[in-house]
Design a protein around this ligand. Structure first.
Ligand code: GLY
Length: 301
């Protein structure tokens, strides 16, 4: 397919009011589409678009992340370049305004793929990242959601419907194919509400929550991370394309079917294949997502 393609998601769940997300998704897709039309690389665009999603308090990533059991904010993010399989991942980081940019810096400036916790923060400081106070990330809605989860003694998916909380938020992700046909992917999250023990989900784990390979596809996931980790969801999708040559949509359907049958998984996946076709599927009632190409924009839930 000629031209560029960009797809983003803002999480999934059972109790989402899609109208609330429409304008923000549209604005961010138009912003990313403009960058791709000016020949920015897929890698630059997925980072820039993810920064916008992290800066919006509508989503569970960056500002507006969910709270841990101890009332802290611990964020996870990963980025992958389909051109060369370079990737970077920041786990359980605090005080970083845009964890996705830290993940990219880890990819480009360290000899490692994953840095975590205090070490990741030290690396960030060494590379000029400002460390923000917790107040920057906190929102009233998140505090209410946390209090509710603690009251019910539950560790909950950011948008599950079992806390009686009408406000739903989500992990974010972006996948793109640029004018040269290069693919890239990101996923960034605050994790799950009331999590303990520095818990990390699928989002920053290459092959589980994110994957990009120019020979197959770019993938980002959202949902209950433990289940996506068990099936190594993003690489599973890439392997389906590599070994079964299914379309992006068939691959998304098959991956979510596998997630449900193997581990009763709750969540969703977005895919752009090497030809520029889109695919998306989810086992929750809704997934906030949308895409843009050179001549079309579509918001889906
Ligand atoms: N999928 C996000 C998480 O489980 O942390």
């Amino acid at each position: 397919m000629k031209g560029y393609q960009l797809m983003i998601h803002g999480g999934c769940g059972d109790n989402i009011n899609p109208d609330k997300f429409h304008k923000t998704l549209e604005d961010i897709l138009i912003y990313g589409g403009n960058l791709l039309s000016r020949n920015l690389s897929a890698l630059d665009v997925v980072e820039k678009v993810s920064v916008e999603l992290e800066n919006s308090t509508l989503f569970n990533a960056g500002k507006g992340s969910v709270l841990t059991h101890d009332g802290e904010i611990e964020m996870d993010a990963a980025i992958m370049d389909g051109l060369n399989l370079n990737c970077g991942s920041a786990l359980c980081v605090q005080g970083i305004k845009n964890p996705i940019s830290l993940a990219r810096r880890i990819m480009e400036k360290s000899e490692h793929v994953i840095l975590s916790g205090k070490g990741a923060q030290e690396f960030a400081k060494d590379f000029g990242f400002k460390i923000y106070k917790k107040d920057h990330f906190l929102t009233k809605e998140r505090i209410m959601q946390w209090e509710n989860a603690k009251k019910h003694n539950k560790v909950v998916l950011d948008h599950s419907n079992n806390t009686n909380n009408e406000e739903k938020f989500g992990t974010i992700g972006a996948i793109a194919r640029d004018n040269k046909g290069n693919l890239a992917a990101t996923t960034s999250t605050g994790g799950i509400v009331n999590k303990k023990y520095n818990r990390v989900g699928d989002s920053p784990i290459i092959g589980a929550g994110v994957y990009a390979d120019n020979e197959t596809c770019a993938v980002s996931t959202t949902g209950y991370g433990e289940q996506f980790l068990k099936i190594v969801a993003a690489k599973h999708a890439s392997d389906i394309i590599k070994y079964k040559s299914l379309s992006a949509q068939e691959t998304a359907n098959e991956t979510i079917k596998y997630l449900v049958t193997k581990v009763k998984g709750l969540g969703g996946i977005i895919i752009i294949d090497k030809f520029g076709n889109f695919g998306s599927a989810f086992s929750t009632k809704k997934m906030i997502h949308g895409y843009i190409t050179s001549n079309k924009i579509k918001i889906l839930t």
